[in-house]
Design a protein around this ligand. Structure first.
Ligand SMILES: Nc1nc2c(ncn2[C@@H]2O[C@H](COP(=O)(O)OP(=O)(O)OP(=O)(O)O)[C@@H](O)[C@H]2O)c(=O)[nH]1
Ligand SMILES: [Mg+2]
Length: 314
């Protein structure tokens, strides 16, 4: 994992966000327009930054309420601090707590799900490498029996990283691969099992049914497993991604979100929506295609990058 306390990765990932979001907010203030017009512009900016209709309405209602009492309100600063507080008030993901649970739960079973192409398999490899670096014994289950090439993709990562991958190319039943993986983890005293799953099946019902079957198999070994269910979401997909994530979290128990492709996204607003609309914490972010391009999500650092634009000094 990158040790990048000094160069905040969110600064890079959010450079475009900041210029599209705050440059435009700032431009409102150079115009001599009335409050209603300013609010219309704030609305447009929030929506095009992927903050979403629901959260945008919450912000606008708040601004209207405050404007009733303070007609000289600095709308920009108020928008900033209100969004900031929405995030600050929400739950934080605690990695240290996770690591201490992992140490006391053997094997600790992680289920990784999400729609096709969001970056599940890559993220499974990144997580496996991260845990292996922490001297934990990791085993991966290749539970995507649907897409041709899926097993080879994770096996290639496994041999590069020297991490064991359990697969079965002759089966179309991913739950049986989950069975073999957990079985092997128990008999060989692995610390962590990571199950990669398919992103697309014939239909959504099949996909959800399959995830449920995989969960039920792990429960046969350890009733409280999977201990961690991670939903992978692609930062570049906006509105659609949130809708898909809602479907997933309605059908499958999700503990947190891994937000991938933050390096290619211009719309950091999706982070606000994950907390606000899905009510799920973000545990990790993907910041590139390489094995080390995984960061523990640090809300404070994100907020600093997202809100650091100081228009008063421009
Ligand atoms: N830029 C960037 N690319 C990523 C990131 N994570 C994954 N990718 C790329 O996204 C593409 C899809 O990744 P996969 O890991 O195969 O996605 P998946 O969800 O397993 O896909 P399916 O198994 O087909 O559902 C690959 O080209 C990855 O290299 C990231 O954080 N940043
Ligand atoms: Mg995959």
């Amino acid at each position: 994992m990158k040790n990048s306390n000094e160069d905040n990765p969110y600064n890079n990932a959010l450079t475009i966000t900041k210029s599209s979001f705050f440059e435009r907010v700032k431009s409102i203030f150079s115009k001599s327009i009335d409050h209603t017009e300013k609010l219309d512009l704030v609305e447009e900016i929030l929506l095009t930054s992927d903050v979403g209709v629901q959260t945008t309405n919450i912000v606008l209602n708040h601004l209207q309420q405050v404007l009733k009492q303070h007609s000289e309100l600095d709308i920009f600063n108020e928008t900033k601090s209100f969004l900031f507080n929405l995030l600050v008030d929400n739950q934080e993901y605690d990695l240290n707590k996770l690591l201490s649970v992992i140490k006391n739960t053997k094997p600790f079973i992680i289920l990784v799900s999400g729609v096709n192409g969001v970056g599940k398999t890559t993220t499974v490899a990144k997580l496996a490498a991260m845990f292996a670096d922490l001297n934990l014994k990791v085993i991966i289950g290749a539970c995507d029996a649907f897409r041709a090439g899926a097993v080879e993709q994770i096996e290639t990562w496994g041999s590069k990283l020297d991490i064991r991958v359990i697969s079965n190319k002759t089966t179309k039943d991913p739950a049986s691969v989950a069975f073999d993986t957990v079985n092997s983890a128990i008999s060989n005293e692995y610390d962590i099992v990571i199950l990669d799953t398919a992103g697309r099946l014939q239909n959504d019902a099949n996909l959800m049914g399959e995830l449920e079957k995989i969960s039920n198999i792990t429960k046969r070994f350890i009733p409280e497993s999977p201990h961690l269910s991670l939903l992978v979401l692609d930062a570049t997909v906006g509105q659609n991604g949130i809708e898909q994530a809602k479907q997933f979290s309605d059908s499958v128990k999700c503990d947190s979100v891994i937000l991938t492709k933050l390096d290619t996204s211009a719309k950091g607003g999706i982070i606000i929506r994950i907390y606000q609309e899905l009510n799920l914490p973000i545990s990790f972010v993907g910041t590139g295609e390489k094995i080390n391009d995984l960061e523990i999500f640090n809300k404070e650092r994100f907020l600093n990058a997202f809100f650091s634009y100081d228009y008063t000094n421009e």
